[in-house]
Ligand binder design. Structure first.
Ligand code: MSP
Length: 484
């Protein structure tokens, strides 16, 4: 079975920030889990390169948009490798194949009689690349996300007949698992109940975009173009009939994991575009929360942006992953606190899992992972580790061994502890790939690709009386410093 999971395609106006690292780590963990569960995973990430925002960023730097995009796309690609992200596809929306897909898709939408020429007037946020629903005092109103004034636009654009799909969209968004978590679903249901309006899919003042065939000075609206990146990524190696190849190559996506700010595009506009093109809609759109830092919104003006590169070099991949996965319940907003980060890593990883080195948890873990409750899955591993520690302390094999008659009992206790450790190592593979590798190595390579991962979670598979490699410390404690 193919399982297609996507991160948002990130704007290349700047290098990755902690928010993009967060989404990508969550997707990576789910992708690793699904692979272990035996699914054929296509994990898609990539970059959203067109549009006014990127055009302006390049202009400000005094370079061509293309060279700006080449540079930043490379930064993203390398960055994900540094974070050990197991992505299968990295899509650039400025690639040739992507352009083919956009054109083929546009032809299908046109054939459904869903495109017409109209006049687009409204207040636009360049940061969001989105028209806002007439906020009061629009000329002084600042977009709450970007803290920038909106711009007035009045131009002839091509429109997509979104209103035609009101009924279908209502049905889709009400399906039980299409939008998660539930609070997000209600926001979208409210929005759709106010009545869907057609939206413009071309721009006349943006040169950095895919040209609309037949309309000289029009380029596709960046969101119309970018959403299709999820489709074109699947056939990224194709040279022709790309859309068809994507459809046969694994479409639809099983889950689009995105931030809550871009839910409308994914849960409303995107399914309607797909229905119009006679394609399947994604199975799920999961809108995660926003990260703040020490309780405050992160922003350049506040000077409190936490550079993920710094976190990676200072603490390494696994501690950051553990904090983001385990401390934030997926779907809720989360706060990055330096002190809490250090405490959690020291408690969870160094004291509990780390010191251990040396059963029903697996069931709960699988249930939670399948339901996108990654923090609860992480907690299951932790409680297995805590229980194993308690078991070891309660039984005190180091005292028991003083009496020769206890040897079989001591053997059994040590076996149980090692067996728990083996299972902890297996459960950690999708969450903390590096730490789990170390645990696995210390137990003499306990994970094998030949046997399905879930089967390896059964109790009792560790071979008795086998010898262990020389122990080495698996995790170092962190030092808390006031400023990262
Ligand atoms: N290019 C569009 C997505 C197109 S998908 C076809 C875009 N890009 S983005 O780079 O601005 O944002 C990418 C993701 O980062 C969004 O899901 C957004 O919600 C997320 N985040 C931005 N700031 C964030 C935090 N502070 N915390 C968590 N996620 C945040 O939107």
């Amino acid at each position: 079975m193919t399982f297609v999971i996507t991160t948002p395609l990130y704007y290349v106006n700047d290098k990755p920030h902690l928010g993009s690292v967060y989404t990508t780590i969550i997707c990576d963990s789910i992708a690793r889990y699904k692979r272990l569960a035996g699914e054929d995973v296509i994990f898609i990430t990539g970059v959203d390169e067109h549009g006014l925002k990127i055009q302006r960023t390049a202009n400000e730097k005094g370079i061509e948009p293309k060279s700006h995009c080449d540079e930043i796309s490379e930064v993203f690609n390398n960055n994900w490798k540094d974070w050990n992200i197991s992505f299968d596809k990295f899509i650039r929306t400025s690639s040739k194949n992507h352009e083919f897909v956009v054109n083929e898709f546009y032809e299908r939408v046109k054939a459904s009689d869903d495109i017409y020429m109209g006049v687009q007037k409204g207040w636009y946020c360049v940061g969001c690349e989105e028209f806002k629903d007439n906020p009061e005092n629009s000329s002084t109103y600042k977009c709450p996300i970007h803290q920038k004034n909106l711009e007035w636009k009045n131009e002839e654009n091509l429109f997509f007949r979104l209103s035609k799909y009101q009924k279908e969209i209502e049905k889709i968004i009400n399906e039980p698992s299409f939008i998660e978590p539930i609070e997000r679903k209600n926001e979208i249901i409210n929005f759709v109940s106010r009545g869907l309006k057609d939206f413009s899919i071309s721009r006349t003042n943006v040169t950095w975009g895919i040209p609309v065939p037949g309309y000289d000075n029009h380029t596709f609206y960046v969101w119309f173009d970018a959403l299709l990146g999820y489709v074109s990524a699947i056939s990224s190696d194709a040279t022709e009939h790309s859309l068809e190849k994507s459809i046969n190559g694994g479409w639809p996506a099983d889950v689009h994991l995105i931030g809550k700010d871009i839910l409308r595009f994914h849960a409303v506009y995107w399914p309607a575009m797909l229905i119009s093109a006679k394609m399947k809609v994604p199975k799920k759109v999961f809108g995660h929360g926003f990260l703040t830092r020490e309780g405050q919104k992160m922003g350049k003006s506040l000077g409190n942006v936490l550079d993920p590169d710094l976190l990676l070099t200072k603490y390494g991949n696994d501690p950051v992953r553990w904090y983001l996965i385990k401390d934030i319940s997926l779907g809720n907003d989360g706060d990055f606190q330096d002190k809490r980060f250090v405490d959690i890593i020291n408690n969870d990883l160094a004291n509990t899992i780390g010191n251990l080195l040396n059963r029903t948890s697996s069931k709960n873990y699988i249930y939670n992972f399948d339901n996108y409750k990654l923090d609860l899955a992480a907690n299951e591993v932790l409680s297995l580790a805590i229980n194993t520690n308690l078991y070891l302390n309660d039984n005190q094999p180091w005292l028991l061994i003083k009496d020769k008659d206890n040897v079989p009992l001591v053997k059994q206790i040590i076996y149980n502890v090692l067996e728990s450790t083996r299972i902890i190592g297996l459960l950690l593979i999708p969450l903390l790939p590096e730490l789990s590798t170390k645990i696995n190595e210390q137990l003499g390579s306990i994970y094998t690709e030949e046997i399905p991962w879930k089967q390896q979670l059964s109790w009792g598979l560790l071979v008795s009386n086998s010898s262990l490699p020389k122990p080495t410390p698996i995790i170092n404690k962190l030092e808390y410093e006031q400023h990262l």
